[in-house]
Design a protein around this ligand. Structure first.
Ligand code: CMC
Length: 382
């Protein structure tokens, strides 16, 4: 997908901006739009001190785990990383050229057919953990089968999602702790974000009393779009188009003149900068040093400078998040799937919260079409 051709909206369609669509105790953006908290804990503290698994536990169980609780939780995830043979067969039959988001969407839906949620009250925790545990397995089983012709064992025994993902992707057991931590931090930052489009989709589906898998499958569909999760892939493709910071400056100015969107910039909620972006910029810089990169990081910094100078827009989570993933050697089409792997934690918490206080989500539309008029029989139509 390329960033060219994403045009800024011509009219001020509301997009429900500023509308409070419901209550949540899961996460909040502070009034200034400067910080994001998960169940009251700042993402700055979580990104510097917690692991992704701790954050998943916090989102699902409303408290930070003790050491023992975390150990049991991780053991549970480890046990659930394997895939049913029927799902593997489906993944083998999907085209190797498919968009990896289609693979996760189909994989989630297929798993729901083989391991259905029969009793929401009893099964929803199990399904949430199953999806957190096995989304990397679904994606990388498909990837390695089609790329390498290998039927890999997805039950790696690895408790950390980041290490599990990188070892399945690379086919290596030993991954550098710095790389594991970089991916881990990105997963923490992507894990939850109150009533964004995909979460609201999950909640809407859950509000009809549909099953957990249907809600998550819908969330994946919403996240795929370039205005939402798909922006990290589009941002990376844009960054790679430029060879030098000067070239980037010229290219971005031309895009803005043509009123094109620069992916990875702007945010509906953060108007003074996305706090997640600041953390990921630091990680992208660390990895740039590790890779001895002297090209891409300076290009990104120049794009950031130009976007602020020309539009007063800041990078969002997807801009330096994309660069971080690129430096980790992750193929660009897997950037948005990684967002799913993280965000399924937040979606799950929201589905459960919606169910706990459910009322069908069914807003109204303001009709702007023709006034009532008589039906015209076929023979009388021009
Ligand atoms: N590039 C160029 N112009 C932009 C951009 C951008 N990335 N973002 C906003 N603008 C302009 C927009 O055209 C408008 O200009 P004007 O006032 O002249 O009409 C002005 O800035 C205000 O923007 P808006 O359209 O009112 O902002 P919004 O709240 O409707 O949209 C957004 C938020 C994220 C959809 C938008 O900023 C955008 O399209 N960004 C690019 C896509 C992107 O990076 N998405 C990832 C979002 S964060 C992670 C996630 O949720 O997945």
């Amino acid at each position: 997908m390329t960033a060219v051709g994403f045009m800024a909206p011509s009219s001020k369609a509301s997009g429900l901006a500023g509308v409070v669509a419901g209550e949540t105790a899961i996460s909040a953006v502070d009034r200034e739009g400067l910080d994001l908290t998960y169940r009251g804990y700042s993402i700055r503290d979580l990104a510097s001190q917690a692991t992704f698994e701790e954050v998943v536990y916090l989102l699902l169980y409303e408290k930070l785990p003790t050491e023992e609780e975390l150990r049991f939780f991780c053991q549970d995830l480890v046990r659930q990383r394997g895939l049913p043979p029927e799902v593997c067969q489906i993944l083998e039959r999907l085209p190797g050229s498919a968009n990896p988001m289609d693979i996760l969407r189909t994989g989630c839906s297929a798993l729901g057919a083989f391991e259905p949620e029969r009793d929401p009250e009893r099964d929803q925790w199990k399904v949430a953990k199953r999806l957190v545990a096995c989304f990397p397995s679904i994606l990388l089983y498909w990837h390695r089968f089609h790329r390498d012709g290998q039927r890999i064992e997805t039950a790696t025994g690895e408790p950390r999602t980041a290490a599990h993902f990188l070892s399945l992707l690379r086919g290596e057991r030993e991954i550098s702790p710095l790389e594991v931590r970089a991916l881990d931090v990105s997963l923490i930052l992507y894990a939850e974000h109150e009533f964004n489009a995909s979460t609201f989709t999950c909640r809407t589906i859950a509000s009809t009393l549909s099953d957990f898998y249907s809600a998550v499958t819908g969330g994946i569909g919403a996240l795929r779009g370039p205005l939402h999760g798909g922006a990290n892939e589009a941002a990376m493709e844009l960054i790679l188009r430029f060879k030098t910071p000067d070239e980037a400056e010229e290219g971005i100015c031309q895009m803005l003149q043509r009123k094109e969107l620069v992916m990875g910039f702007g945010h509906r909620v953060y108007k003074k900068g996305d706090p997640r972006s600041r953390v990921l910029k630091e990680w992208a810089q660390k990895l740039a040093e590790l890779r001895a990169d002297q090209r891409l990081f300076p290009i990104c910094e120049r794009i950031e400078k130009v976007m602020f100078r020309e539009k007063q827009l800041y990078p969002n989570v997807d801009f330096y998040g994309a660069l971080t993933y690129y430096f980790l050697g992750i193929p660009i089409p897997m950037f948005t799937p990684l967002f799913v792997i993280a965000r399924v934690a937040g979606w799950s918490a929201h589905i459960m919260e919606q169910r706990a206080h459910n009322r069908l989500i069914r807003p109204m539309g303001e009709y702007v079409g023709p006034s009532p008029r008589p039906y015209v029989p076929m023979h009388a139509r021009s």
